[in-house]
Design a protein around this ligand. Structure first.
Ligand code: PEP
Length: 254
Protein backbone atom coordinates (compact mmCIF):
# COMPACT_ATOMS: atom_id res chain seq x y z
CA UNK A 1 0.00 0.00 0.00
CA UNK A 2 1.42 3.37 -0.99
CA UNK A 3 2.06 5.79 1.85
CA UNK A 4 0.13 9.00 1.27
CA UNK A 5 2.31 12.11 1.48
CA UNK A 6 1.66 13.98 4.73
CA UNK A 7 2.33 17.65 5.38
CA UNK A 8 1.89 18.98 8.90
CA UNK A 9 2.19 22.60 9.94
CA UNK A 10 3.20 23.20 13.55
CA UNK A 11 2.31 26.79 14.39
CA UNK A 12 3.79 26.41 17.88
CA UNK A 13 3.05 29.25 20.32
CA UNK A 14 2.47 31.92 17.68
CA UNK A 15 -0.23 34.22 16.46
CA UNK A 16 -3.14 36.44 17.39
CA UNK A 17 -6.72 35.60 16.36
CA UNK A 18 -6.37 38.00 13.43
CA UNK A 19 -3.07 36.50 12.28
CA UNK A 20 -4.43 32.99 12.55
CA UNK A 21 -7.48 33.92 10.44
CA UNK A 22 -5.13 35.37 7.82
CA UNK A 23 -3.12 32.14 7.64
CA UNK A 24 -6.33 30.11 7.31
CA UNK A 25 -7.57 32.41 4.53
CA UNK A 26 -4.34 31.87 2.61
CA UNK A 27 -4.69 28.09 3.03
CA UNK A 28 -8.36 28.16 2.03
CA UNK A 29 -7.62 29.99 -1.21
CA UNK A 30 -4.69 27.79 -2.22
CA UNK A 31 -4.69 25.38 -5.14
CA UNK A 32 -3.07 22.21 -3.86
CA UNK A 33 -2.94 18.56 -4.94
CA UNK A 34 -6.03 16.53 -4.08
CA UNK A 35 -6.56 14.52 -0.92
CA UNK A 36 -5.62 11.33 -2.78
CA UNK A 37 -2.14 12.77 -3.12
CA UNK A 38 -1.53 14.65 0.13
CA UNK A 39 -2.90 14.79 3.67
CA UNK A 40 -2.59 18.25 5.21
CA UNK A 41 -2.82 18.85 8.95
CA UNK A 42 -2.23 22.19 10.68
CA UNK A 43 -1.60 22.59 14.36
CA UNK A 44 -2.58 25.93 15.91
CA UNK A 45 -2.19 26.71 19.60
CA UNK A 46 -4.96 25.18 21.75
CA UNK A 47 -6.93 28.41 22.15
CA UNK A 48 -7.37 28.77 18.40
CA UNK A 49 -8.21 25.12 17.64
CA UNK A 50 -12.04 25.44 17.57
CA UNK A 51 -11.90 28.61 15.49
CA UNK A 52 -9.44 27.16 13.00
CA UNK A 53 -11.42 23.95 12.74
CA UNK A 54 -14.60 25.91 12.03
CA UNK A 55 -13.15 28.09 9.25
CA UNK A 56 -10.55 25.78 7.67
CA UNK A 57 -11.31 24.16 4.31
CA UNK A 58 -12.77 20.65 4.78
CA UNK A 59 -9.93 18.84 3.00
CA UNK A 60 -7.39 20.06 5.60
CA UNK A 61 -7.35 18.80 9.19
CA UNK A 62 -6.28 20.15 12.56
CA UNK A 63 -3.98 18.81 15.26
CA UNK A 64 -3.37 19.80 18.85
CA UNK A 65 0.28 20.36 19.80
CA UNK A 66 0.10 18.19 22.90
CA UNK A 67 -2.32 16.47 25.25
CA UNK A 68 -2.31 15.05 28.76
CA UNK A 69 -0.99 11.56 29.41
CA UNK A 70 -4.17 10.15 30.91
CA UNK A 71 -7.80 10.91 31.69
CA UNK A 72 -8.49 14.52 32.65
CA UNK A 73 -9.10 15.66 36.20
CA UNK A 74 -7.04 17.65 38.68
CA UNK A 75 -4.23 18.55 36.25
CA UNK A 76 -4.20 22.33 36.11
CA UNK A 77 -3.25 23.73 32.75
CA UNK A 78 -3.55 20.45 30.88
CA UNK A 79 -5.89 19.44 28.05
CA UNK A 80 -7.00 15.83 27.84
CA UNK A 81 -7.24 13.56 24.82
CA UNK A 82 -10.95 13.15 25.62
CA UNK A 83 -11.48 16.90 25.25
CA UNK A 84 -9.83 16.87 21.84
CA UNK A 85 -12.02 13.96 20.78
CA UNK A 86 -15.07 15.81 22.13
CA UNK A 87 -14.20 18.82 19.94
CA UNK A 88 -13.58 16.50 16.97
CA UNK A 89 -9.92 17.40 16.73
CA UNK A 90 -8.55 14.36 14.88
CA UNK A 91 -4.79 14.70 15.37
CA UNK A 92 -2.27 15.48 18.10
CA UNK A 93 1.49 16.10 17.94
CA UNK A 94 3.31 14.32 20.78
CA UNK A 95 6.95 14.20 21.83
CA UNK A 96 8.02 17.38 20.06
CA UNK A 97 11.66 18.09 20.91
CA UNK A 98 10.74 21.45 22.44
CA UNK A 99 8.59 19.62 24.98
CA UNK A 100 11.18 16.90 25.51
CA UNK A 101 13.89 19.51 26.14
CA UNK A 102 12.05 22.36 27.86
CA UNK A 103 9.46 20.36 29.80
CA UNK A 104 11.58 17.27 30.45
CA UNK A 105 9.26 14.85 28.69
CA UNK A 106 11.02 11.47 28.78
CA UNK A 107 10.77 8.71 26.17
CA UNK A 108 8.53 6.72 28.52
CA UNK A 109 6.23 9.68 29.21
CA UNK A 110 5.91 10.34 25.48
CA UNK A 111 5.24 6.63 24.88
CA UNK A 112 2.49 6.69 27.52
CA UNK A 113 0.96 9.78 25.92
CA UNK A 114 0.99 8.24 22.46
CA UNK A 115 -0.66 5.05 23.73
CA UNK A 116 -3.32 6.96 25.68
CA UNK A 117 -4.15 9.35 22.82
CA UNK A 118 -4.46 6.47 20.34
CA UNK A 119 -6.68 4.55 22.76
CA UNK A 120 -9.03 7.55 22.88
CA UNK A 121 -9.26 7.58 19.07
CA UNK A 122 -6.83 10.37 18.22
CA UNK A 123 -4.29 10.09 15.43
CA UNK A 124 -0.76 10.89 16.52
CA UNK A 125 2.23 12.64 14.97
CA UNK A 126 5.00 11.24 17.18
CA UNK A 127 8.25 13.18 17.06
CA UNK A 128 11.73 11.70 17.44
CA UNK A 129 15.18 13.10 16.75
CA UNK A 130 18.72 13.55 17.99
CA UNK A 131 20.59 16.60 19.25
CA UNK A 132 23.72 17.87 17.52
CA UNK A 133 25.87 16.42 20.28
CA UNK A 134 24.26 13.02 19.84
CA UNK A 135 24.74 13.15 16.06
CA UNK A 136 28.37 14.15 16.40
CA UNK A 137 29.01 11.32 18.85
CA UNK A 138 27.56 8.85 16.34
CA UNK A 139 24.52 7.91 18.40
CA UNK A 140 21.75 9.23 16.14
CA UNK A 141 20.20 5.85 15.46
CA UNK A 142 20.48 4.70 19.09
CA UNK A 143 18.63 7.82 20.22
CA UNK A 144 15.93 7.60 17.58
CA UNK A 145 15.52 3.84 18.17
CA UNK A 146 15.14 4.34 21.94
CA UNK A 147 12.51 7.05 21.38
CA UNK A 148 10.63 4.83 18.93
CA UNK A 149 10.96 1.75 21.18
CA UNK A 150 9.24 3.58 24.04
CA UNK A 151 6.28 4.01 21.69
CA UNK A 152 6.48 0.50 20.23
CA UNK A 153 6.49 -1.01 23.73
CA UNK A 154 3.11 0.57 24.40
CA UNK A 155 1.36 0.55 21.03
CA UNK A 156 0.13 -2.41 19.00
CA UNK A 157 -1.86 -0.70 16.26
CA UNK A 158 0.26 1.71 14.21
CA UNK A 159 -2.36 2.63 11.62
CA UNK A 160 -3.02 6.02 13.25
CA UNK A 161 0.63 6.92 13.86
CA UNK A 162 2.87 9.14 11.76
CA UNK A 163 6.49 9.34 12.89
CA UNK A 164 8.14 12.73 12.50
CA UNK A 165 11.93 12.48 12.36
CA UNK A 166 13.06 15.91 13.49
CA UNK A 167 16.77 16.32 14.17
CA UNK A 168 16.87 18.83 17.02
CA UNK A 169 19.81 20.69 15.46
CA UNK A 170 17.68 21.42 12.39
CA UNK A 171 14.59 22.71 14.19
CA UNK A 172 14.14 26.45 13.91
CA UNK A 173 17.83 26.88 13.11
CA UNK A 174 17.68 27.28 9.34
CA UNK A 175 20.10 24.30 9.24
CA UNK A 176 18.36 21.59 7.28
CA UNK A 177 19.41 17.95 7.14
CA UNK A 178 20.69 17.14 3.68
CA UNK A 179 18.37 14.92 1.65
CA UNK A 180 20.92 12.10 2.11
CA UNK A 181 21.05 12.61 5.89
CA UNK A 182 17.25 12.57 6.12
CA UNK A 183 16.95 9.51 3.87
CA UNK A 184 19.59 7.64 5.87
CA UNK A 185 17.72 8.01 9.17
CA UNK A 186 14.31 7.37 7.62
CA UNK A 187 15.64 4.19 6.02
CA UNK A 188 17.22 3.05 9.31
CA UNK A 189 14.03 3.84 11.18
CA UNK A 190 11.97 1.83 8.70
CA UNK A 191 14.39 -1.08 9.09
CA UNK A 192 14.08 -0.75 12.87
CA UNK A 193 10.28 -0.98 12.56
CA UNK A 194 10.59 -4.03 10.29
CA UNK A 195 12.83 -5.80 12.79
CA UNK A 196 11.14 -4.75 16.02
CA UNK A 197 7.48 -4.28 15.09
CA UNK A 198 6.55 -5.87 11.76
CA UNK A 199 7.26 -5.75 8.04
CA UNK A 200 3.74 -4.44 7.47
CA UNK A 201 4.10 -1.57 9.97
CA UNK A 202 7.48 -0.68 8.43
CA UNK A 203 5.99 -0.62 4.94
CA UNK A 204 2.88 1.37 5.78
CA UNK A 205 3.87 3.83 8.53
CA UNK A 206 4.61 7.29 7.26
CA UNK A 207 7.93 8.74 8.37
CA UNK A 208 7.98 12.48 7.77
CA UNK A 209 10.91 14.87 8.09
CA UNK A 210 10.97 18.07 10.13
CA UNK A 211 13.67 20.68 10.56
CA UNK A 212 13.85 23.93 8.61
CA UNK A 213 11.82 22.65 5.68
CA UNK A 214 10.96 25.50 3.32
CA UNK A 215 9.70 26.22 -0.15
CA UNK A 216 13.20 25.90 -1.56
CA UNK A 217 14.33 22.57 -0.09
CA UNK A 218 11.04 20.63 0.09
CA UNK A 219 11.11 19.02 -3.35
CA UNK A 220 14.53 17.45 -2.98
CA UNK A 221 13.79 16.26 0.55
CA UNK A 222 10.36 14.97 -0.46
CA UNK A 223 11.87 13.10 -3.39
CA UNK A 224 13.79 10.76 -1.06
CA UNK A 225 12.41 7.23 -1.09
CA UNK A 226 11.65 7.03 2.63
CA UNK A 227 10.60 10.63 3.24
CA UNK A 228 6.80 10.53 3.29
CA UNK A 229 6.20 14.20 3.94
CA UNK A 230 7.06 16.92 6.43
CA UNK A 231 6.37 18.49 9.75
CA UNK A 232 6.96 22.18 9.19
CA UNK A 233 7.44 24.83 11.87
CA UNK A 234 8.41 28.36 10.85
CA UNK A 235 7.48 28.06 7.18
CA UNK A 236 3.99 26.78 8.04
CA UNK A 237 3.09 30.31 9.13
CA UNK A 238 3.97 31.70 5.71
CA UNK A 239 2.47 31.43 2.22
CA UNK A 240 5.39 29.16 1.22
CA UNK A 241 3.62 26.39 3.15
CA UNK A 242 1.52 26.00 -0.01
CA UNK A 243 4.66 25.21 -2.01
CA UNK A 244 5.61 22.64 0.62
CA UNK A 245 2.20 20.99 0.26
CA UNK A 246 2.70 20.95 -3.50
CA UNK A 247 5.97 19.04 -3.02
CA UNK A 248 3.69 15.98 -2.66
CA UNK A 249 3.62 15.95 -6.46
CA UNK A 250 7.22 14.67 -6.50
CA UNK A 251 5.99 11.35 -5.14
CA UNK A 252 3.07 11.19 -7.55
CA UNK A 253 5.36 11.44 -10.54
CA UNK A 254 8.04 9.16 -9.03
C1 PEP B 1 9.11 21.87 14.19
O1 PEP B 1 9.13 22.55 15.20
O2 PEP B 1 8.43 20.84 14.18
C2 PEP B 1 9.93 22.30 13.06
C3 PEP B 1 10.24 21.40 12.16
O3 PEP B 1 10.32 23.62 13.03
P1 PEP B 1 11.08 24.39 11.83
O4 PEP B 1 10.43 23.95 10.54
O5 PEP B 1 10.86 25.82 12.12
O6 PEP B 1 12.51 23.96 11.90
Amino acid sequence: MARKFFVGGNWKCNGTAEEVKKIVNTLNEAQVPSQDVVEVVVSPPYVFLPMVKSILRPDFYVAAQNCWVKKGGAFTGEVSAEMLVNLEIPWVILGHSERRALLNETNEFVGDKVAYALAQGLKVIACVGETLEQRESGSTMDVVAAQTKAIADRVSNWSNVVIAYEPVWAIGTGKVASPAQAQEVHDELRKWLAKNVSADVAATTRIIYGGSVNGGNCKELGGQADVDGFLVGGASLKPEFIDIIKAAEVKKSA
